[in-house]
Design a binder for this molecule. Structure first.
Ligand code: GMT
Length: 364
């Protein structure tokens, strides 16, 4: 049995979701799992055997312009490592988690191994910023093990950060027991869905523009779940295009299974995605995906088989494919069924969880 400390972001987002599901999987396998984060991760169920949660408290102080989260996290990681005799830290998203783990290891009498899982923008966006680059690079060098969630992310990390780092590809996963299409009450006959954190990289305005074209040919409804900086711009654009009645902004949602169960198509027109976990989650619920041909998305979505991949910003092309799918429900259904089959075969939690477990054991 291993004693594992997991540091991750607790809020809505793929890296936190993966960290939590993986931690709960390890606990089911008999390992002792300690989540260390600013809040209880949103997917973490209460009362689980072998699972502990340690909140990180950042005390505000007038001299600090910003809360010193990375330091508070390091202190908590050190305490947990010593008190519970941790064997390893598994940190999700390099910033600031790897550096906090390194500090905790340095000041602790216990020396847990550090495994960093790279998720995306920690490498291809914010990690490249000169203000963070040296620290991310250092974090990769001091980690005992580094994993990346797609071939794309592994390649970019090697290219931009360290050519001779050993990076293990372990893709993201879904729990097919939890993520499966259910029969739900549908208020609309044809439904397109988008879920994200509404950051510019997600190109959420494209979703509205695509939907505007789709509406000219079909009576579809758009569900937009999630929240973030671009949401108000989307609401504004919907108003301008007189689409307000046809779009529901759902905000952050816990029950994505219910949303996918109401959906015919999932749209993810991102500028870049290291993996695109929501696309895989849609596939698990038999929803074909229309996405941009960027980053790791082509590793997840098989063009013309489980969805369609189009160039970033190809609003007309994405709309055309959406109309085609909405007008041919039989074809959409077939694609959806295949999507789930592939999602389970390649990305089930049992398969990928076991890969992580083997990876952990390789350090002992
Ligand atoms: O990197 C981010 O933007 C945040 C991160 C998250 O926490 O949601 O998203 C990334 O990690 C996900 C889980 O591995 C991937 O599915 C997303 O594709 C990836 N986001 C980007 O690369 C933009």
């Amino acid at each position: 049995m291993l004693k594992i400390g997991i540091a991750c972001f607790p809020t809505y987002g793929g890296s936190g979701a993966i960290a939590t599901e993986l931690g709960m999987y390890m606990a089911r396998k008999g390992h002792e799992v300690h989540f260390i984060s600013s809040q209880k991760p949103f997917r973490l169920k209460s009362g689980l055997k072998n699972v502990y949660f340690h909140p990180v408290k950042t005390k505000p102080y007038p001299v600090f312009s910003y809360p010193l989260y990375a330091f508070a996290l390091a202190s908590e990681m050190k305490e947990v490592a010593e008190k519970y005799k941790l064997d390893l830290f598994h940190v999700h998203y390099a910033l600031p988690h790897t550096i906090s783990a390194y500090l905790a290891q340095l000041i602790s009498s216990r020396k847990p191994k550090i495994i960093t899982t790279l998720h995306g923008t920690d490498i291809h966006l914010i990690g490249l910023d000169p203000g963070y680059f040296p620290l991310v690079k250092f974090g990769l060098e001091v980690s005992d093990g580094v994993t990346a969630v797609s071939r794309y992310l592994k390649r970019i990390t090697e290219e931009k950060f360290c050519a001779d780092c050993e990076i293990k590809l372990i893709p993201n996963f879904i729990n097919p027991e939890y993520l499966k299409r259910k029969s739900v009450k549908r208020e609309h006959k044809k439904v397109i869905t988008h879920i994200s954190n509404f950051r510019p990289i997600k190109r959420t305005l494209d979703v509205i523009k695509i939907f505007n074209i789709v509406r000219q040919k079909t009576n579809a409804h758009l569900l937009m779940a999630g929240d973030g900086p671009e949401k108000n711009k989307c609401i504004e654009l919907a108003r301008k295009l007189k689409l307000t009645r046809h779009i529901t902004f759902l905000g952050n949602q816990k029950n994505i299974t219910e949303i996918f169960s109401k959906s015919d198509i999932f749209i993810l027109p991102s500028e870049n995605e290291s993996f695109g976990l929501t696309a895989l989650e849609a596939m698990a619920c038999e929803v074909p995906v229309i996405a941009s041909n960027a980053g790791g998305l082509p590793e997840v979505i098989k063009n013309c088989i489980t969805g369609y991949l189009l160039p970033v910003g190809d609003i007309k092309g994405m709309a055309k494919k959406a109309i085609e799918l909405l007008e041919h429900p039989e074809k959409t259904k077939k694609m959806g069924a295949l999507a789930r089959k592939i999602a389970i075969k390649k990305y089930s939690i049992e398969k990928i969880g076991a890969e992580y477990e083997r990876y952990y054991r390789s350090f002992f």
